[in-house]
Design a protein around this ligand. Sequence first.
Ligand code: NAD
Length: 420
Amino acid sequence: MTVMVPSRTPALITPGRQALDSALFQLDQAAAQLGLDDGLRTMLATPRRSLTVSVPVRREDGRMDVVQGFRVQHNVSRGPAKGGIRFHPGTDIYEVTALAMWMTWKCALVGIPYGGAKGGVSVDPTALTTRELERLTRRYVNEILPLIGPEKDIPAPDVGTDEQTMAWIMDTYSVNAGYSVPGVVTGKPMTLGGSLGRAGATSRGVQIAALSALGRSPDGVTVAVQGFGKVGALAAQYLSDAGCKVVAVSDVSGAVYNANGLDVAELRANGIAAYRDADALGLDELLELDVDILVPAALEGAITLENAPRIRARLIVEGANGPTTPEADEILTDAGTTIVPDILANAGGVIVSYLEWVQNMQAYSWSANEVEVKLRDLMEGAFGEVKSTAAERGITLRQAAHVIGVGRVAEAHQMRGLYP
Ligand code: NAD
């Protein structure tokens, strides 16, 4: 059997295509470790359903723009598909497929009953007014409506989307259904059935993973965070709260550095551009700082063959999905750097999304403490399993995480058998 992904030509080597290549490479490594046969490997390499849609958007001046949107369900063998929706100009079908595949392994790794999905629209949300963004979101949801639903496929926020986006999606779906369906999305506002602890869940998971991997007191441990967005800003806050010294943060507009530590709360309140008590830094320079922990929390492909030899952090905790290419992974592993991989480090988001969905399905709500305890249990449990699998097999944490995640999905396929 051959893998059904489009052929690779130079014109098609987008960052998204590189992300899909990385995901397929990691799957191949895990399949080899697990001794999976070619048929099963191909099945796991191939998305179950991929939908590409045209999304017409009426602009404020009356013009009509048409952008492309996607929803990919990579695998649904263990439960409904689950995954975020990204609004970014660079998003393409390859990137969405890679992100959906990583979601499959992530859900299996942390033991929640979901398959993996992802959605995206190739658009720059910062170039649209709020009304344009609402029209775009609602039209995109209408186009992917046959795929989503609380028992089929449950979207959540990702890059360029937030709880307002989720509220519009929930409303559009509910109006079509004729009644309120809060369980169709997670990461919703509290007033629409969101969960306590969801907004900070990915970052809390990054903090738990970072401190577990550190294995010593966090006091004075230096941290640099690339991507001061939803995940990165709160990860910086939680690491700072735990006693770490956050010395550098960045977003697309720039980076700031202060060897004595940054005031993360002030940065979150006023933004990077307004922050005075620091030196400006190049975006690439941040990645190469001599810090104890580097948290890439922006996009895929931040750490590559080119800059990996200059990365000095001894511990990398991947808040983003796919920030390290396989070539960079090898260089860093050879250099003795520990990498807590994305499918483990940023799993806190989907864990609390799952808890939100469970609360919605039961029309019930848990306290912040109940949510936090469940999140911590699942994160620490998964971290322990990954660490012991890595030690037993003599492989990296990333390889171990994939061996566990891919192994569970493969087992589900084998137990279910092939229909007809
Ligand atoms: P976001 O849009 O809120 O933030 C992304 C941030 O990255 C922005 O501040 C942006 O300015 C910055 N950025 C982009 N390119 C950059 C560059 N070259 N250098 C420095 N900063 C740059 O998105 P988010 O939800 O925080 O997602 C970030 C990453 O975390 C993505 O890889 C996403 O898939 C992953 N993730 C998010 C969640 C979630 O719950 N939101 C869960 C799991 C994983």
